[in-house]
Design a protein around this ligand. Sequence first.
Ligand SMILES: *[C@@H]1O[C@H](CO)[C@@H](O)[C@H](O)[C@H]1NC(C)=O
Length: 151
Amino acid sequence: MSHCRYIMIILFMLLFIFPLDNFISANCFIDKQFHVQVIDDLPPDSSQLKVHCASKDNDLGDQFLSSTKKDFTWSFCEDFFNRTLYFCHFWWGTKESTFDVFNDPRNCIHDGPDVEGTTKCVWTVRSDGFYLGYYDNNGNFIDDLTYTWPS
Ligand SMILES: *[C@@H]1O[C@H](CO)[C@@H](O)[C@H](O)[C@H]1NC(C)=O
């Protein structure tokens, strides 16, 4: 039996293992795990916020946030080639907006501030717009107005 045959078998097995790690959300096989949190910080007496987030192969469905359910979080493994992309559609009264909430393992989004080592992207929805927040290496939370509601 040649070494070549062993290598072929191992490569063949790896092809099966790699796609699987996307399904093991609690435990990423070799890739880093990320968390995205959406927080409703809109005035309590205003319209209910509806959020629908999805990636190419994971649809999180409609989420309704309010003063009693202020946030939701999901976790996923970045794929080896950094191709994971999640976008969300937000509806608040007559306003709505859609954008990528995660498309970059370094900054959450490509044009986000450079925060090395972050694994949690926090989107806080306020009446003036969407704040992207990170925990820095010291565990401090920093957030900034990233997108405004389209008028
Ligand atoms: C994915 O992103 C990380 C963090 O920015 C980087 O270190 C790594 O080299 C990237 N991998 C690929 C395959 O581009």
